[in-house]
Every structure is written in structure tokens, then in C-alpha cells.
Design a protein around this ligand. Structure first.
Ligand code: ADP
Ligand code: MG
Length: 258
């Protein structure tokens, strides 16, 4: 449903955050982007909904066309839900109001100034029910636990009735049990609704447990692209190995000890 052709990102600072990358993602696939901090996961993920514009190459959304076309990008974004590490919810507003913002893409800017129609509220309530938080619909988001807040974030993405969900380290600030339950929920949603999910993680064990496919990144490059069951220790090593560049400080540390 998404095809990347030689997509690369060089930031204005000169950092090559993503080297030319080519792959396709099938509809309904649950893909984990795995890699250390700085490997380029967020950059790659953000190119998939145009939050970062590739400096080279092209991304094509199936049935829509190349994302470099502004009208195509708008249509693609409308059905692409985004889930963030710090969930980016409005704390003083109730869960329901936050989930309703997922509906805004379906209305004109002018129309959005007025209360949304009841149908949008019904959709939002159904999404909250889906993540097990119907009873918290009217609770202020800043009164909820971290795990519950992330569920509201998932409900908001679902309210967009997406065909693609992008999640950038959605469990990085959660304890292991809560992290596993959030990923379980994302997986179920993906499987039941046929939604493509691309989620970045830095934990190998979670990638192995939840992904259909693992795309391993190191220093802006895809160094592994395998079915989760084929993520061998050697493949994991290619993802997590220290770079030659990072080896220098080790020598310095040793010299200091001596
Ligand atoms: P990850 O999500 O795997 O931690 P990122 O995609 O955030 O990796 O970062 C990849 C590289 O690009 C890093 O070297 C980071 O410092 C750099 N980088 C990320 N965002 C920007 C930006 N907006 N401007 C300049 N450099 C950036
Ligand atoms: Mg990141």
C-alpha cells in the first residue's frame, strides 16, 4: 500500500538521516522499525505521512499516487493515524474531546469551528470502547494513567478511520507490562481491520514478539528486513552493533583508565 523508491533525507544541518531506501509495505502488515536512538527511525516514519519531506526519491500510496503531490498528500494524511511517544493529547480536555479531534480531517476548516455532528461523537465513543475506555470518556486526560493516555492516543488515531497507522516509539515511556498490552491492542486492531501499522521500537524482544516484519535500521540505513521469526541474533547484531564512529570514545575511555 506504500512504495518507497530510493527515498533519502538529508537535514539542512547536513546530517544524512536516511540513506537511499527502497521497499514496499503491504496493506494490513504490522511492521516494526527497529534501531538504536539516532538510527533514523523517526525520520523514516515521518516521511510516510509527509511530516518529513524526502530530499531524494519518491513515496507512492497505493490507489492515490505520489505523496509529492499536495492533493494526494492531503488525502493520504486524512486516512493516516499518528500515535506519538508522549501521545500529544490535550490534558485539560476529556478523553472524548481528544478523540473527536481525530475526526477534524473529515471537515472543512470553517466547519471545524462549530461542534462536530453527532455521528462523529458516535464514532469517537466507539473508538474509546474499542480500547476499553468508554467509562473514561468524560474524564480529563491528565487524570489518566500513562497507559490509558496512550489508549486515548490510539482511539484518536482510530477515529480517523485510517488505512495506515504510524506509531513513533509509542511504548518508550511505559512499564513493560503496559507496553505489551498497548502493542497487543495495536496488533489486534491491525489484524481485525486490515490496517497497516508501522511502529518504531528500540526493544528487540518486543519487535520479535509483535511484528510481522522487522525493518532494522542503523546509521540511516536499512540493515535488516525480515519476517519477525527470521530475526536471528546475527540480524539483530547488524542493527545494534556499535558504529566505527562510536568506537572512538571507547578508546578514549580506556586511555583515561590507564
Ligand atoms: P531515531 O528516531 O532512530 O532516534 P532520528 O530519525 O530521530 O532517529 O534521527 C536520525 C538522525 O537525524 C540523528 O542523527 C538525529 O540527530 C538527526 N535529526 C533528527 N531530526 C532532525 C532535524 N529535524 N534536524 C536535523 N537533524 C535531525
Ligand atoms: Mg525517534
Amino acid at each position: 500500500m506504500l512504495a518507497l523508491n530510493q527515498v533519502a533525507v538529508t537535514y539542512p544541518s547536513g546530517i544524512k538521516a536516511l540513506k537511499p531506501t527502497t521497499f514496499t509495505i503491504e496493506q494490513g502488515q504490522f511492521v516494526v522499525l527497529l534501531g538504536r536512538s539516532g538510527a533514523g527511525k523517526s525520520t523514516l516514519l515521518r516521511t510516510l505521512n509527509g511530516l518529513v519531506v524526502p530530499t531524494e526519491g519518491r513515496i507512492t500510496a497505493e490507489g492515490l499516487g505520489p505523496l509529492s503531490d499536495p492533493a494526494t498528500l492531503r488525502r493520504h494524511r486524512r486516512t493516516t493515524g499518528m500515535i506519538f511517544q508522549q501521545h500529544q493529547l490535550i490534558g485539560r480536555l476529556p478523553a472524548l474531546a481528544n478523540v473527536m479531534t481525530g475526526r477534524l480531517g473529515y471537515h472543512s476548516a470553517l466547519r471545524s469551528l462549530l461542534p462536530l455532528p453527532g455521528i462523529d461523537q458516535m464514532i469517537a465513543l466507539r473508538c474509546l470502547e474499542r480500547v476499553g475506555l468508554l467509562d473514561k470518556a468524560l474524564a480529563r486526560v491528565d487524570q489518566l494513567s500513562g497507559g490509558q493516555q496512550q489508549r486515548v492516543g490510539i482511539a484518536r488515531a482510530l477515529a480517523q478511520q485510517p488505512r495506515l497507522m504510524l506509531a513513533d516509539e509509542p511504548v518508550a515511556s511505559l512499564d513493560p507490562a503496559t507496553a505489551a498490552s498497548i502493542l497487543t491492542q495495536l496488533r489486534e486492531i491491525s489484524a481485525n481491520d486490515g490496517i497497516t501499522v508501522v511502529v518504531s521500537l528500540h526493544q528487540l524482544d518486543l519487535a520479535r514478539r509483535f511484528a510481522d516484519r522487522v525493518i532494522g535500521m542503523r546509521a540511516g540505513q536499512v540493515v535488516a528486513d525480515v519476517a519477525a521469526r527470521d530475526l536471528t541474533d546475527a540480524a539483530a547484531d547488524a542493527v545494534y552493533r556499535e558504529d566505527a564512529m562510536n568506537a572512538a570514545p571507547v578508546t578514549q575511555r580506556m586511555q583515561k583508565v590507564a
